[in-house]
Ligand binder design. Sequence first.
Ligand SMILES: Nc1ncnc2c1ncn2[C@@H]1O[C@H](COP(=O)(O)OP(=O)(O)OP(=O)(O)O)[C@@H](O)[C@H]1O
Ligand SMILES: [Mg+2]
Length: 182
Amino acid sequence: MDIVPSHILLSNTDVQLTVAKDHREARLKTQLDSIKNNYDYIFIDNPPALGWLTLNSFTASDQVIVVVSPGYFELDSLVQLSKTLEEVREFYNPALKLLGFLFTMSEPTINTSVSLQVLRQTYTSKVLNTVIPRNTDLRDAHFNKTDIFTFAEQSKAAKAYDKLIQEIFLNEPIKDEQTTQV
Ligand SMILES: Nc1ncnc2c1ncn2[C@@H]1O[C@H](COP(=O)(O)OP(=O)(O)OP(=O)(O)O)[C@@H](O)[C@H]1O
Ligand SMILES: [Mg+2]
């Protein structure tokens, strides 16, 4: 596995791309195309903004996973995101697919249950069955610079991410009652 970290200089890239003339949406795709056969999967983490960096990522990708936390503004932003995905399909990458919405930071609160309910009503089959709970083990794993499986294999977060891997890669839909507990 190779990891390419971000860099502080990337903070200026969005502005530079705004004034760039040639294929400013496809810079990342051009680079990835030359190495992508060396990998089974390439994951690109995106900033929480729909600027040129994210458009580059959408242009280079086959599928998009949208991570959603509970909250009104989080749900509201999905409308804009859906429009952006439509535009990317129209102008840059017709084959781009929405793999699904991944609900995370789930807690036993009304806010969580209402948000998840609204998400499922609005996007129905596009909401992944696996739900990631809010779990401090994740924060602690990051703090210890390791992954959740190494840090706390039996934690709720590790089990949830394990289910997510099954759902996405082994194409095994997980039953709701197994996954929506927080
Ligand atoms: N399910 C979770 N439960 C508890 N803490 C979490 C969970 N997921 C992430 N965190 C913690 O929340 C913080 C932010 O997580 P992360 O960087 O994944 O969020 P992000 O939305 O990608 O942030 P950004 O918008 O800055 O990219 C980190 O400290 C991480 O350890
Ligand atoms: Mg992030």
